[in-house]
Design a protein around this ligand. Structure first.
Ligand SMILES: [Fe+2]
Length: 286
């Protein structure tokens, strides 16, 4: 066996081991990589099984393709933030028809592939305009509205897909069960309350079970429309009250001076502490 054949054997072994690791990990984003490695392994095997002599240039192409697949996996797991304008649609963590008969395959395809995708595209456009290329500050409200609408849509749908499974236990379990019992009274009481919240939503919105770190309690809330200039699933670090009651007695209509002066009183120590606490919340990046 010459050196090239020995190297091909090594590549083949790497493909088998990596594929096995990905299959065991069973993460939704693995599907693309498993397919890419399988296709790549087929090419490697072509040279091995036919005992066809491989030219050094062809070996280099095979090597580079393997390296590209490896890099894409490493980059994915080493990424610790999503660059502005680079969000992507998370894959569904189950098949489109997995929630039938409760939710049809047709709904899941439209909801995930069309509606959620539109939020991702809209959020990327808004972020590019806001953070990378704000040409006209007079239309910042437009882009903030777009970020709130599409960003909240993206974040809430990302939670929503993961909140569902074809293998539901049907009842709350573990710590959340105990917290529901402690705060709301019982699973039955919570189910009735949450059902009433969901029924109260007029046309567009969400029913939400939430954790309120300020009170140390669970709560329910509807997010009507989901976007009214708030970005769901994000944690405020620094806030400025712009209701008139916060400045009118002193500044009258001079909002600009109120804002300018306010920068003199920001407690960055506190903002930093909130930032450190908030960073402990780790979600998968999309
Ligand atoms: Fe939706």
């Amino acid at each position: 066996m010459d050196n090239n054949q020995a190297y091909l054997q090594e590549l083949n072994k790497w493909a088998d081991e990596t594929k096995k690791t990905l299959e065991i990990a069973n993460l939704p984003e693995n599907q693309g990589w498993i397919q890419a490695i399988s296709d790549w392994k087929t090419n490697v095997n072509r040279y091995l099984t036919e005992e066809q002599e491989i030219m050094t240039e062809d070996l280099q192409v095979l090597h580079d393709e393997g390296q590209r697949i490896l890099n894409s996996m490493v980059n994915h797991y080493q990424m610790d933030s999503v660059p502005y304008g680079k969000h992507h649609l998370p894959p569904l963590p189950y098949a489109y028809n997995a929630l039938e008969p409760y939710i049809s395959e047709e709904i899941m395809r439209l909801h995930h592939d069309i509606h959620h995708k539109a939020y991702v595209d809209g959020l990327n456009n808004a972020e590019k305009a806001l953070y990378l290329n704000l040409k006209d500050k007079n239309i910042i409200r437009h882009w903030l509205r777009e970020q709130a609408f599409n960003g909240s849509g993206h974040n809430l749908h990302t939670i929503f897909w993961l909140n569902m499974t074809p293998k539901s236990t049907k009842y709350p379990i573990k710590e959340i069960k105990h917290q529901l019992d402690k705060d709301i009274g019982s699973w039955e009481k919570f189910r009735e309350l949450f059902t009433n919240v969901a029924s109260s939503v007029e046309g567009v919105g969400w029913a939400v079970l939430l954790w309120n770190p300020r009170s140390g309690k669970l709560g329910v809330q509807s997010f009507e429309k989901h976007q009214l200039f708030q970005l769901a699933d994000s944690i405020p670090l620094l806030v400025l009250d712009m209701w008139e009651h916060a400045y009118y007695l002193q500044y009258k209509t001079d909002k600009a001076s109120y804002i300018k002066n306010w920068w003199n009183v920001v407690n960055w120590e506190d903002v930093n502490n909130r930032f450190l606490e908030a960073k402990n919340v780790k979600w998968k990046l999309y």
